[in-house]
Ligand binder design. Structure first.
Ligand code: AMP
Ligand code: MG
Length: 391
């Protein structure tokens, strides 16, 4: 049986970033930059006021000084006003500074008296001015190739006048859930049947990776329909088949894949939960066969499918985020495979949640982190551990 690390490496190596495309900034959230982006403008682009108040010459005014108001500058077109010592210009937040002014006094510190003001505070040069380029210099790199576009990244690109940007391609995926016992949510259920929850799980996980779910099929444990479903699913870049990859007589996925001439690169990985995991290629389609047990499907998606999709989408960092946490209990892995313990990180502490069995979906729904225990590893309560988070 192949190790988890080897399996991940082998899988990820089979894919390449998809060709780049142009996208409106407003549609770019959670995609990855296909090239470096540089500042076209400094930020701020010009010296401007940080307050509603009065622009003046700091050296010419002490507390109690009377100044003559000679004009007004709002945020917007620069009126190219000028002031001399003893004068002030009414100014508003974001407005360009008049020539000659070197400070702004906020209006709360001023008494207005006709066309004069009286200054009620000490004023220092530079006060309440946002200086050109203090946040960002022209030419500075604002986004590196392979970095994820977040809300603030989109705002930064827009602040530079970018209407579009270049991101790596979008992954489309097909989901096939297999099993005679499965019933679609919303339909009537008979004794012995269960609702198909993996379709919902996989759609949500794919959405989280910004992949497009092109089709969601349910297929009975029958050879011919399964072959048909896999054939049509293989038109996508990625196909995720849930269930039917284990060793029972009703596990027909491998056989169907063989029939279609698929190249099965991996079957069974040393990972708990998730051992009966399968990885194959049909033509250009990357196929993942995930175990039907919901927690196994979840863990193997995060460890194998997610990094593959992120690489195709051009991400530099394809690993799950990790955070340090204090372990609340002693834990030992007596099994022969690395064990991903489902738990909750709260206030810096990690506690296992619910039953640590591969069918235990409720426990998983309460968890927000995975702790990987290597084979034979023992951890003590209060130790600081690194846990993977996904939300
Ligand atoms: P399998 O991998 O097909 O042997 O299924 C293993 C376990 O997962 C069985 O208990 C199945 O009933 C369950 N299972 C399989 N597919 C799904 C699904 N789509 N939703 C929920 N449970 C499933
Ligand atoms: Mg099954």
């Amino acid at each position: 049986m192949i190790s988890e690390e080897e399996a991940r490496k082998k899988i990820v190596e089979t894919v390449r970033p998809l060709p780049p495309r142009q996208l409106a900034i407003s549609k770019s959230l959670d995609f990855f930059a296909a090239e470096d982006h540089f500042a076209r403008l400094p930020l701020p682009a010009f010296d401007n006021s940080a307050m509603d108040g009065y622009a003046l010459v700091a050296s010419s005014c002490r507390k109690g000084e009377r100044l003559r108001v000679t004009g007004e500058q709002a945020a917007g077109p620069d009126r190219r006003l000028q002031i001399s010592p003893g004068e002030a210009v009414r100014i508003f937040t974001g407005a360009p500074m008049p020539a000659g002014a070197d400070a702004v006094v906020m209006q709360e510190d001023v008494t207005r008296d006709g066309d004069k003001i009286v200054i009620n505070a000490d004023v220092e040069a530079g006060e309440f001015i946002r200086q050109r380029g203090c946040d960002l210099a022209e030419g500075q790199r604002i986004l590196a190739k392979g970095e994820r576009i977040r809300a603030a990244t989109a705002a930064l690109l827009a602040s530079q006048g970018f209407a579009k940007m270049t991101v790596s391609g979008e992954v489309n995926a097909a989901i096939i859930s297999t099993g005679d016992e499965l019933v679609k949510a919303g339909e009537k259920i008979e004794p012995g049947q269960i609702y198909d929850s993996n379709s919902a799980l996989l759609q949500a996980l794919l959405q989280r990776c910004s992949a497009v779910v092109d089709s969601v099929e349910h297929c009975r444990d029958e050879r011919e329909p399964l072959i048909e479903a896999i054939k049509s699913g293989s038109e996508n870049q990625i196909m995720i088949i849930s269930g039917g990859v284990s060793v029972g007589e009703h596990d027909l996925v491998k056989d169907a894949l063989h029939h279609l001439g698929a190249q099965i690169d991996i079957w069974r990985v040393a990972i708990k939960p998730g051992k009966p995991f399968l990885f194959a290629k049909i033509g250009t389609c990357t196929v993942f066969g995930l175990p039907g047990n919901p927690v196994s499907a979840f863990v193997t998606f995060l460890q194998f499918v997610r990094p593959t999709i992120l690489k195709m989408m051009g991400a530099t960092n394809i690993n799950l985020p990790q955070v340090p946490a204090r372990l609340s209990v002693d834990l030992t892995n007596d099994s022969d495979r690395p064990h991903y313990i489902r738990g909750k990180v709260e206030h810096g502490e990690f506690s296992p949640v619910g039953r640590q069995e591969s069918h235990a979906l409720f426990g998983l729904s309460q968890a927000n982190a995975l702790l990987r225990l290597a084979v034979g590893q023992s951890l003590r309560a209060d130790e600081i551990v690194e846990v993977q988070i996904w939300d």
